[in-house]
Design a protein around this ligand. Structure first.
Ligand code: AMP
Length: 547
């Protein structure tokens, strides 16, 4: 027996319909690759997305076709997503920071039929076009005046495609479980794996993302998604902003401190989101120029652990509330967020920072547990750490084409590959990636926790900790540091700074200073590369232990 409520399918394009009808006047502002600032409204975006759907159909695209985007965050990228899903197609975000051979692999594996690209990335596609097996055409996201002289065969001009249509189009109705989006994980080992979102999972993720304890966008907000749409779907903001009716301010290709600051202030941004590296650049710019953030209220930070010092600066020096979030491509991507529970507003500043430095608690829609190597659930005591497992309606069930086989445990939980603690109030804290955790004398050392303490030192710009083979302890930590420009600091000074802030037996056996730490395409420290760079490195403790 079923209940008797309306069975309206959860389709992503209805979010844009809602924005057009109820917030049609609200702006989408974008800094474009061409250099100018572009303004349009949700009503404009809705019309242009419909015209794009018509064009895509005219180019022979239809339901189920996968159409990629290789683009910065702009109004055109948002229109492209809705234009693609409007014909029942599947948008597939490509990360331009990947190596060309990874892009070729991903494009062919996903069987992309067309690619939308920004001008910036035309040379990448020119170089690989001969290796693309399913691609029938490339849409260059610019107007006729800026169309490049290109060797791309079957290149189309985005604005010409739009100008050639009347917009008299109804979105194609598909099942809410139909595919609507794809994103591949950056894959530090082996080939990248693809995640395929459904309309339903995207809409549910939007509702959860917009709940008050998560990102809670409002129609009065002006939001800036600095996190790229090509990295974990810009944390869902291209859907949650129109659902709320918030103004969107797209930074386009310019993510340096000065450009971000300019848009934050000129467009009166109240909410923004990005990875810590972006905020590092912004904070440096503001400190160097003695600037303030009078309008900005909330910043969500995730993708990598937020250093405590960054949290404190935002909260104390700029009076901006930070929400630390954790997620991954496989989770659409929101997993947890560190928003306060009752009573925490009254805590001291330091106690509050102790909470905010954690990755946070699960909203409704994400179930979470930690387990040992045998799959036994570990206590939520904030001390035990184990494999972080998650379950929910916007969490991956299997990778595209079944890559990696069965990825769920017998209860349907997905192993995130992260290692974490969960405290009695439900706050999760990532201690490591499972493959980065340092195993010393049968116990685990959290590399992230040591890194977080090290970056609080005034001379340290970036820190990474890896485990090196050790004859007695199996593995011991090596702390690798990039100094701040002009800073002069010794190994001994760093080690004494760590003393008392981490467990004694976690103390790194050595400190190495480097000019640069390698990063993945999504801005995370590339520990695999670091481990191979330091494969022959000898810890000073190794000799004495071997004797
Ligand atoms: P991606 O799918 O590229 O977003 O990568 C997801 C991974 O990034 C997670 O599995 C974590 O290892 C890491 N990550 C994301 N957010 C955080 C965070 N707030 N703190 C620490 N690691 C994070």
């Amino acid at each position: 027996m079923f209940g008797q409520m309306q069975d309206v399918p959860l389709l992503m394009n209805r979010i844009l319909d809602h924005a057009m009808i109820n917030h049609g006047e609200r702006e989408i502002v974008s800094r474009l690759v061409e250099g100018n600032i572009h303004r349009e409204t949700y009503a404009d975006a809705h019309l242009r997305a419909r015209k794009l759907s018509q064009s895509l159909q005219g180019l022979g695209m239809g339901q189920g076709d996968v159409i990629a985007t290789l683009a910065w965050n702009t109004h055109r990228h948002i229109e492209a997503w809705y234009g693609i899903t409007g014909i029942g197609g599947v948008y597939h975000t490509l990360n331009p920071r990947l190596f060309p051979e990874q892009l070729v692999y991903i494009i062919n594996h996903a069987e992309d039929k067309m690619i939308f690209t920004d001008l910036t990335f035309v040379p990448i596609l020119e170089a690989i076009q001969d290796q693309l097996t399913h691609v029938k055409g490339i849409i260059i996201m610019t107007d006729a005046a800026h169309m490049p002289d290109t060797s791309l065969t079957h290149a189309y001009c985005y604005e010409d495609l739009i100008d050639g249509q009347n917009g008299d189009f109804n979105w194609v109705e598909v099942d809410e479980r139909a595919p609507c989006g794809m994103c591949y994980t950056s894959g530090t080992t082996g080939n990248p794996k693809g995640v395929c979102y459904t309309h339903r999972s995207n809409v549910l993720h939007t509702l959860v993302g917009n709940s008050a304890d998560v990102m809670g966008l409002k129609s009065t907000d002006s939001i800036m998604p600095v996190v790229p749409m090509f990295h974990a779907n810009a944390w869902g903001l291209a859907l949650s902003a129109p659902a709320a009716g918030s103004k969107i301010v797209n930074p386009g290709p310019n993510m340096d401190g000065e450009s971000i600051y300019q848009l934050l202030t000129e467009e009166a941004v109240t909410f923004t989101a990005a990875v810590p590296t972006v905020w590092l650049m912004l904070l440096q710019h503001m400190e160097a120029n003695d600037l303030k953030l009078p309008v900005l209220k909330d910043v969500t930070i995730g993708g990598s652990a937020v250093p405590r010092i960054m949290l404190e600066k935002f909260e104390r020096d700029y009076e901006v509330s930070v929400k630390h979030a954790w997620g991954m491509t496989e989770l659409s991507p929101l997993g947890t967020i560190a928003s306060f529970k009752s009573g925490m507003e009254d805590m001291t500043f330091d106690e509050q920072m102790d909470i905010k430095v954690k990755q946070g608690r699960a909203p409704y829609g994400v179930e979470m547990k930690i387990t040992d190597d045998d799959g036994n659930e570990l206590p939520r005591d904030g001390v035990a750490f184990g494999h972080l497992m998650v379950r929910g309606p916007f969490i991956v069930g299997e990778y595209i084409k079944g890559d990696g086989g069965n990825i769920l445990d017998e209860n349907g939980f997905f192993d995130t590959g992260d290692v974490a603690t969960i405290d009695p109030l439900g706050f999760m804290q990532i201690t490591d990636r499972a493959k980065d955790v340092i195993k010393s004398g049968g116990e685990w050392i959290s590399s992230i926790e040591i890194e977080n303490v090290a970056v609080a030192h005034e001379s340290v710009m970036e820190a990474a900790v890896i485990g090196l083979a050790h004859p007695k302890w199996d593995e011991r930590p090596l702390l690798i540091i990039v100094k701040n420009e002009g800073a002069d600091v010794s190994k001994e000074e760093i080690l004494s700074f760590l003393e008392g802030k981490i467990a004694k037996w976690w103390m790194p056996d050595d400190v190495a200073f480097v000019d640069e730490i390698p990063h993945t395409a999504t801005g995370k420290i590339q520990k695999l590369t670091l481990r191979s760079q330091f494969a022959d490195y000898k810890l000073p403790t190794a000799d004495s232990a071997a004797e």
